[in-house]
Design a protein around this ligand. Sequence first.
Ligand code: HEC
Ligand code: HEC
Length: 153
Amino acid sequence: MTMKFIIKAALAVAVFAMGVHQFAQAADPTPVKLQGLRGGTPLNQDNLPEGSRQERDGAPKDRDFVQQPPLVPHTTAGYQITKNFNKCMDCHAWQKTKESGATKVSVTHFRTREGVEVDNIAPRRYFCTQCHVPQTDAKPLVENTFQRARGLQ
Ligand code: HEC
Ligand code: HEC
C-alpha cells in the first residue's frame, strides 16, 4: 500500500462518517416550530389584510440617532417620483421652501458618491423614499426594544 492510498482511504472513511452523521440529524423526529411574520398561518392560507393608514400631517419628529434620515411627518399618498419628476422636490427643493414651508434638503444631498459637489440633487439621493419613510398606524409585527441613541435622549 502506498502512502497516497492510505490517505485517500482515510479521507473516504471520514467523508462517509460525516454523511452518516448528517443523515442521522436530518432524521431527528422533533419538529421545528417555525414562526414567521405571517404568524402560524399555513402557507396555503392568507391572513386577513389589516387596514393601516398613513399618519396625518404633523411637526417633524425627533430623531433616534444622529445620522438618521428624518421620518416623513406628512402623508405621501400620490407623491410620485419618476425619471422626469420628483414630487418631493416640488416643496423640498431650496428654491421652493420659502413658499412651501418645508425643510430644505440638506447639503449632503448634493454630493455624488465620488464626493463631487453638484448643483442639483445627486442621483444617489433622488429616490427620497428609499431613506425617508412616512409613518402609519400599523401595529408592529414584532416586539422592538430599540432605544434612542444616548446623545439624543
Ligand atoms: C406639498 C409640499 C410637500 C411635499 C410635496 C413633500 N413635503 Fe415633506 N415636508 C413638507 C413640509 C411643509 C414639511 C415641514 C413640516 C414642519 O416643519 O412642520 C415637510 C417635512 C418633511 C420631512 C421632515 C424633515 C425634518 O427635519 O424632520 C421629511 C423627511 C420630508 N418632508 C420628506 C418628504 C418626502 C420624502 C417627500 C416626497 C415623497 C415629501 N416630503 C414631499 C412639505 C412637503
Ligand atoms: C440614501 C438616503 C437618502 C436619500 C435617498 C434621501 N435622503 Fe434626505 N436625508 C438622509 C439622511 C441620512 C439625512 C440626515 C443627515 C443629513 O442631513 O444628511 C437626510 C436629511 C434630509 C432632510 C433634513 C435636512 C435638515 O436640514 O434637517 C430633508 C428635508 C431631506 N433629507 C429630504 C430629502 C428629499 C426630499 C429627498 C429626495 C429628493 C431625500 N432627502 C433623499 C438620507 C437620504
